[in-house]
Design a protein around this ligand. Structure first.
Ligand code: DHE
Length: 568
């Protein structure tokens, strides 16, 4: 059967309009996939919007696959033994695709039967058998045209105008309302709710701790000034159509000077003025993968800011290349390209902040880059789909300094030995860059692990696990003796909120500035009031349940002090 509807650019316009964009050049219309099921124009538009909102993050806009599988109607690849493997959504067919979308997979894809209706699942199963569109590009001029300064630098306060303890403020993602809540860590009161981008993703702090940079999935970057009487957005820019990462310049002499944000589509990063967000430079990340093949959609995944050089570590997902972007001369930009492994995603610093460890998640590896020498330090094989968030650093009783990651696709927390210049750690050298222990977790589906230098506990969530009991719980280990049984805490039950139909996923443990409390989000349904449950890190008892009718889909929480200083 031939598709009756040419997949038109209008749905990209819908997705773009949805993302708050105007005046786009329409993308290239897709060719028809012979034998693909038929879609009406309205169905096609709706499917594109759902794909943009729910699927593109893992599978890519061009559907070539990354964390998620390739979803092109037809693909073929040559295997090392010379044989050619073929596959594609057309081969799987509507029935099988509906099952996969509904029930999820062992590989880490969640079940969508509690997110999409049956009709929507059927629609998506048919849609992904069509040839994908190529969405429009986005230039420096368009980036500049979207740029707004609400409060110019000379009209901003010259000292902190509120009485809040800013160091212990939390910027909390309210994912589905496109807002962040600024919550006072001392009083647990919501101080301000700030409108930001669609499905807002992460917050990062400027080196001074004054500015919060918030990136939405629609590419909207908002700059919040915490010194204002009521902290509010002072500048905004749209850096692309689909984005996940942002950071600022943290090297001595460059504090709060520049910002960088990474875009998924188009695949590029933007360097901006740190206090106004004025776009200065856009750099494409298209190019060759570590296997020597050209990739049209190498998306910018995590970005971190070095404190030992004026550099950002920019991790490119599809090519598996780690870029060290030297911002000391933006005009003559110097970029070191380090070949690591494909599908780089999230990661964090080791305890010395010399090495950055990043998950090459679909390759089941952790890549470590030495930012002092500008070279790859190690590629460590791990269990399936490592997903560290920023990871967790602590001193293992037997193996010395380790960095921990959880896994989306396996039920362990992996501990990797990291180098240290301290004399007392010299004896652990032989273990460096080896997996020294795998600690049994409550299930697969972990997203974030966390600890704090003052804590004796290691926390891990499992929000992507299909079992309600597991997804609503976290596990806590005593780092001094990991053989002791872990404590399993059901965060949903502890919240005291009535059970809802949607699973309330316990996600993203985050410490208070002094390391005495751990905050965990209950990520409920789009219309459900949810909560953040605050635990005493010593006793593991509930200290406070922060809830409010406006507390909808809280996910990431970014403590000002810990984020500013990369403490984890
Ligand atoms: Fe994230 C970090 C990408 C889904 C919550 N997420 C990151 C980073 C990337 C990324 C590249 C690292 C940023 C950095 O450090 O610069 N996330 C993606 C996706 O592509 C993905 C898988 C699918 C998508 O469509 O977006 C995805 N992420 C999610 C969620 O569904 C989460 C759980 C809830 C939400 O709010 O969207 C989520 N991601 C987070 C959080 C961090 C993050 C809380 C920061 C962790 C930290 O402690 O710093």
């Amino acid at each position: 059967m031939r598709s009756m509807v040419r997949t038109s650019p209008t749905a990209w316009m819908v997705a773009a309009a949805f993302a708050g964009m105007t005046g786009l050049v329409p993308g290239e219309a897709a060719a028809e996939a012979a034998d693909a099921p038929t879609l009406t124009a309205e169905e096609s538009a709706k499917a594109k919007q759902i794909y943009f909102e729910r699927c593109a993050g893992c599978h890519g806009v061009l559907r070539k696959g990354a964390t998620g599988k390739n979803l092109e109607p037809h693909w073929s690849k040559e295997l090392p033994d010379g044989t050619v493997q073929e596959g594609g959504t057309l081969k799987l067919g509507t029935g099988r695709l509906e099952k996969i979308i509904s029930m999820g997979t062992d590989g880490g894809m969640v079940n969508f039967d509690d997110i999409l209706t049956r009709e929507e699942i059927g629609l998506m199963a048919r849609y992904i058998q069509q040839v994908p569109d190529t969405p429009p590009e986005y230039s420096l001029k368009e980036t500049r045209d979207s740029w707004k300064v609400m409060v110019p630098v000379d009209k901003r306060p010259t000292r902190q105008m509120n009485k809040f303890n800013l160091q212990n403020m939390f910027s909390v993602t309210l994912r589905d309302t496109g807002e962040v809540a600024l919550i006072d860590g001392d009083t647990k009161e919501i101080r301000s709710i700030v409108k930001t981008g669609y499905a807002v993703h992460i917050s990062r702090l400027s080196k001074s701790g004054r500015y919060v940079y918030v990136i939405g999935r629609d590419g909207r970057l908002s700059l919040i000034d915490l010194w204002m009487e009521t902290p509010a957005v002072v500048a905004e820019v749209k850096i692309g159509f689909d984005a996940r990462s942002v950071d600022t310049s943290k090297f001595k002499g460059y504090e709060d000077k520049y910002a960088i944000a990474g875009s998924y589509w188009p695949p590029q990063y933007v360097i901006m003025d740190g206090q106004t967000l004025e776009p200065m430079k856009v750099v494409s990340t298209r190019g060759m993968t570590v296997d020597g093949e050209y990739h049209p959609e190498p998306r910018v995944a995590s970005i971190v800011s070095s404190e030992i050089k004026p550099e950002w570590v920019v991790n490119i997902k599809e090519t598996g290349q780690i870029l060290l972007v030297d911002y000391s001369d933006i005009e003559n930009l110097n970029v070191t390209t380090i070949a690591a492994a494909k599908f780089l995603h999230d990661g964090g610093w080791d305890a010395s902040k010399r090495y950055f460890l990043v998950a090459a998640n679909a390759s089941n590896k952790i890549a470590a880059v030495d930012t002092k020498t500008g070279k790859l330090a190690a590629l460590v094989d791990t269990r399936k789909i490592p997903h560290p968030g920023r990871g967790a650093n602590f001193k293992h009783p037997q193996y010395g300094p380790v960095w921990a990651t959880g896994h989306l696709g396996d039920d362990v927390v992996t501990l990797i030995s990291t180098p240290s210049d301290e004399k007392e750690n010299a004896k652990y050298k032989e273990h460096n860059w080896k997996v020294v222990q795998e600690v049994q977790h409550i299930g697969a589906g972990n997203l974030f692990v966390k600890t704090h230098p003052t804590s004796k506990h290691l926390w891990a969530d499992a929000p992507q696990n299909p079992e309600r009991e597991i997804a609503e719980s976290v596990a806590v280990w005593d780092m001094a003796d990991l053989s002791k049984p872990k404590k399993v805490i059901n965060v949903a039950k502890d919240s005291g909120l009535p059970e809802t139909q949607a699973i309330r996923r316990a996600v993203h443990p985050e410490y208070s500035a002094d390391g005495s409390e751990v905050w965990i989000s209950l990520w409920g349904g789009k219309t459900d009031q949810s909560a953040i449950v605050v635990y005493d890190d010593k006793t593991l008892a509930v200290k406070k349940v922060i809830t409010d009718p406006k507390m909808i889909t809280p996910t990431g929480k970014f403590n000002v002090y810990n984020t500013q200083h990369d403490i984890y």
